[in-house]
Design a protein. Structure first.
Length: 213
């Protein structure tokens, strides 16, 4: 038991002496106030809130909104710079500095990730796609509906339901006159197939003008 206590005392004293010697060496070094700006390599844009970590002293800081930082280091310390989307890089504090202040501009290289190709489908599964394909109505799209609404029959029927003004009445009279000249000496045109005449007839019938006559 006594031998064990002696061994523990020797180990503790050796550790303390090594720690003291390390602190003495560290204190004997010149302290350097290191400051700088972290920017991107391509666009030279400031990288806010980057991480600057001193591996030697186990201490670190964050850059501000403008990418600026300031920290206490020793000559020969290794600094690690990290920022999301950029490659991690290192910087060794020079041991040949004369002044106790040193400024740097540290550039980080953008880390480009090649992601695999992703194809996005409007259906969550093959079953939903098969169901949508079977129930699809290819002729009910907006373009086809617009064509149906702009057909000659629909336009003529819509025009017949509009109230006539002076220009429409004049145009109608001229068309009637040209039709009469075109069919001169022939049988007159059959208005049973004329959508304009049918529209006018329905409009007059709704107004009750046919009963009055």
């Amino acid at each position: 038991m006594k031998n064990l206590n002696v061994i523990l005392l020797i180990l503790i004293s050796g550790f303390c002496s090594a720690q003291n010697s390390s602190d003495t060496i560290k204190k004997s070094k010149k302290i350097i106030q290191l400051s700088g700006v972290v920017v991107s390599e391509n666009a030279l844009e400031q990288l806010p809130f980057s991480t600057v970590y001193d591996v030697s002293t186990k201490r670190g800081v964050l850059t501000d909104y403008y990418g600026y930082f300031s920290m206490v280091t020793y000559p020969g310390d290794t600094l690690i710079f990290k920022y999301f989307g950029f490659k991690t890089s290192s910087f060794i504090v020079p041991d040949t500095l004369v002044d106790n202040r040193y400024s740097i501009i540290h550039m980080l290289q953008q880390d480009t990730l090649q992601l695999p190709e992703v194809t996005v489908y409007p259906w969550p599964s093959r079953e939903n796609f098969a169901k949508a394909f079977v129930e699809m109505e290819p002729y009910s799209d907006a373009f086809r509906r617009a064509q149906e609404q702009l057909s000659g029959e629909n336009l003529a029927f819509a025009a017949a339901r509009l109230e006539s003004d002076a220009s429409l009445s004049s145009g109608y009279s001229q068309n009637q006159y040209y039709t009469k000249l075109y069919s001169n000496g022939q049988l007159p045109a059959n208005n049973l197939l004329n959508p304009y005449a049918w529209g006018k007839f329905i409009d007059e019938w709704k107004k009750g003008n046919l009963n009055k006559k």
